[in-house]
Design a protein around this ligand. Structure first.
Ligand code: NAP
Ligand code: ZN
Length: 334
């Protein structure tokens, strides 16, 4: 059987049709017939080789929802036809300290769904069963797909860092990740601000649960909130003057990076020293936390705002994401 996909054949190229024969299904693997796949900005970084790790031909796509079409003989807990999702990670060693303490996302032998392995801009995809997650019935497929990478990437640090009522939280960058982060943080009870360079997003940010909006291009707005935030989650995909973000934080507050800005973060050490700022990062999330995130999303009605287009429109869809025109996640449908 052949899988029909879209691939970048070289860095920065438009995607073109690409067929491949996947070989025999592994004993612990699941094959999924894809119905929906979100476009994460990481797909664009990979297509462009921004991180210098891309392997071509590259079939992007790691926010996948579909139905199980085949299973290896050792797979337990699933049935053919089950509606499931797959995110950024589709394998790990399963044996190391990290894999055995529900931190598989940090395993040194992690397998990425769409680099060195063909991803979800396709009709079928495969994954180790440990990284295949049932989708709760309350979540529609196109709205759930972006939760599999964007959703877990923002939920995991907010959950791990104990975001709760009484805290003032900033979500920097209201794109695919950011618009889900606003929903999660506000549903966790925090006073959540959208920190954005796009003032036209103000109404939607409020509808997502934001208590306030700071136009980061307006110095007087930034000035009004100096030293007032307990925690800022940065989701932006571009470089920025990080001193401005740190100036918004209180003493002993935390800045957490999930957005992968291309250049090194250059900040004078004294900036952290003087306010005892914690700076940290967070990488996707483990399968157990993905399950927790999906349950939280189903219970609290957190869902991605999506524009759904046929998969054959993939190149136009990628351009709209790259130009920051999507409100807020582009999803490809088969
Ligand atoms: P996205 O949908 O394109 O959103 C990025 C947002 O960043 C934009 O909507 C925009 O928000 C802001 N932005 C873009 N250019 C900017 C600029 N020049 N200056 C200031 N703000 C700018 O991207 P995404 O899919 O959410 O992904 C965001 C980043 O997270 C990417 O770098 C991606 O690779 C990374 N990521 C990391 C992980 C992880 O495990 N850590 C997982 C998934 C994705 P405003 O319009 O509100 O300013
Ligand atoms: Zn992603």
């Amino acid at each position: 059987m052949q899988y029909n996909a879209y691939a970048a054949y070289e860095a920065k190229a438009n995607l073109k049709p690409f067929n491949y024969t996947p070989g025999e299904l592994g004993e612990n693997e699941i094959e999924v017939k894809i119905s929906h796949c979100g476009i994460c900005h990481s797909d664009i970084h990979l297509i462009n080789n921004d991180w210098m790790v891309s392997q071509y031909p590259l079939v992007p796509g790691h926010e996948i929802v579909g139905n199980i079409s085949a299973m290896g003989k050792n797979v337990k807990g699933f049935r053919e036809g089950d509606r499931v999702g797959i995110g950024w990670q589709c394998g790990s060693c399963g044996e190391c300290y990290l894999c055995t303490t529900e931190q598989e996302n940090l395993c040194g032998k992690s397998v990425a769904t769409c680099n060195g392995h063909h991803g979800g801009y396709a009709d079928y995809v495969r994954s180790d069963a440990n990284f295949v997650i049932h989708i709760p019935d309350a979540l529609g497929s196109s709205e759930a797909a972006p939760l599999l990478c964007g959703g877990i990437t923002v939920f995991a640090p907010l959950d791990r860092h104990g975001i709760k009522a009484g805290m003032k939280i900033g979500i920097f960058g209201i794109g695919g990740l950011g618009h889900m982060a606003v929903q999660f943080a506000s549903k966790m009870g925090a006073e959540t601000y959208a920190l954005s360079s796009s003032p036209d997003k103000v109404k939607e940010a409020a509808s997502l649960g934001a208590a306030g909006f700071i136009n980061m291009r307006d110095k007087s707005e930034v000035f009004r909130h100096l030293g007032s935030f307990d925690y800022i989650l940065s989701t932006i995909s571009a470089d920025y003057d990080w001193n401005t973000i740190i100036s918004l934080l209180k003493h002993n507050a935390t800045l957490c990076y999930v957005g992968a800005a291309p250049s090194p973060v250059a900040i004078h050490a004294f900036t952290f020293i003087s306010k005892q700022i914690n700076v940290t990062g967070s990488a996707i999330g483990s399968p157990s936390r993905i399950k927790k995130m999906l349950e939280f999303a189903a219970k609290h009605d957190v869902k991605a705002m999506v524009e759904t287009v046929p998969m054959s429109d993939v190149n136009n869809a990628l351009t709209r994401v790259a130009e920051n025109k999507v409100r807020y996640r582009m999803v490809l449908a088969q």
